[in-house]
Design a protein around this ligand. Structure first.
Ligand code: PBG
Length: 339
């Protein structure tokens, strides 16, 4: 087909004959030059679990996401497995009566998260299970560590987190993913896991976890929204900083992390890229609750095409260098990709 644009002189005088639109002309040529692709292999599905049977509770601030009892969760995990999603990340909504100052329920081998891990391992053995060893679902103040005199005390928190990680490994977790940002927790968890014979249990560090307002809806999901006192600025990274994230990565790698994570996701793609370039480690991004909710609520209002924005946002993580994405959209995106 000849060029239908007759007045080529004006543009060619500037570009010579370089025209980038040639490669974009056809669907086949666009596919041929595509640098990045999204597959189900890229996803980790975070899920929420509650006590009970045959129970599902909607999460108001996360339209389309529910907390499920373990029996119902199994069906979702099976679908994720069938769609080719490699791993899930369960988070517990723990009964308020079990929460205390130090988050001691995390050390209970029969706590909700350990029961969930055992049940999933038994029913769906061929999907990876990634558990968070942070204390926030278990404390009555919603912080990720032990609170003493208004301070989140580091080393006592690490000791408690290590106990939690051990219980999770005993229950069958494949990857421990501490999200608390206490100093030294990766090394302490590694040492404890190895000491208990869990040499093959991996650690995915929430390496660059920012003090972000994008976690808002998650607090409702695990029931810390009414509990959280103050903020998490004394232990999470300041959103103004990028070097801090690299220093955290260096420490985590030296302490034995197998995988690194950046969280939140889309507002922090520069951190994902920098981490990937500087450390050549497996790097994951967490597209967090607030990001999910922004897309879903804009879509529900008809302001954006939710499905296309969802897929575009997920692909952006790949372009930024992420090896995988934790996303509440994972199931829907994987269903779309399977079509
Ligand atoms: C707690 C934790 C949070 C998330 C995962 N683990 C919230 C927080 O740190 O305050 C956020 C997940 C999300 O917003 O989707 N350690």
């Amino acid at each position: 087909m000849p060029d239908i644009d007759q007045t080529t002189d004006i543009v060619d005088a500037v570009t010579g004959s370089r025209r980038l639109r040639r490669n974009r002309r056809f669907d086949w040529s666009r596919r041929l030059v595509q640098e990045h692709t999204l597959t189900a292999n890229d996803f980790i599905l975070p899920v929420f679990v509650v006590e009970g049977e045959n129970a599902s509770e909607p999460i108001k601030a996360m339209p389309g996401v529910e907390r499920h009892s373990i029996d119902r969760l199994i069906d979702i995990v099976k679908e994720a497995r069938d769609l080719g999603i490699p791993a899930i990340a369960p988070f517990p909504n723990v009964d308020v009566s079990l929460r205390d100052r130090t988050g001691s329920e995390i050390t209970n081998p029969d706590n909700l998260i350990c029961k969930t891990v055992r049940a999933i391992k038994a029913a769906v053995p061929d999907i990876g299970i990634i558990t968070d060893a942070a204390l926030d679902p278990f404390t009555d103040h919603g912080h990720d560590g032990v609170l003493r005199d208004g301070i989140i005390v580091n080393d006592e928190s690490v000791a408690q987190i290590v106990e939690g990680a051990l219980r999770q490994a005993e229950a069958g977790a494949d990857i421990i993913a501490p999200s608390d940002m206490m100093d030294g927790r990766i090394g302490a968890i590694r040492q404890a896991l190895d000491g208990a014979g869990f040499n093959d249990v991996a650690i995915m560090s929430y390496t660059a976890k920012y003090a972000s307002a994008f976690y808002g809806p998650y607090r409702e999901a695990i029931g810390t929204d009414g509990l959280l006192q103050g903020d998490k600025k004394t232990y999470y990274i300041d959103p103004a900083n990028s070097n801090d994230a690299m220093r955290e990565a260096e420490l985590d790698i030296n302490e034995g992390a197998d995988m690194l994570m950046v969280k939140p996701g889309m507002p922090y793609l520069d951190i994902v890229r920098r981490m990937k370039d500087e450390f050549q480690m497996p790097v994951y991004a967490y597209q967090v609750s607030g990001e999910y909710t922004m897309i879903e609520s804009a879509a529900a209002n008809g302001f954006i095409d939710g499905e296309r924005v969802m897929m575009e946002s997920l692909l952006a993580f790949k372009r930024a260098g992420a090896d995988g994405i934790l996303s509440y959209h994972a199931l829907r995106a994987a269903r779309l990709l399977a079509r």
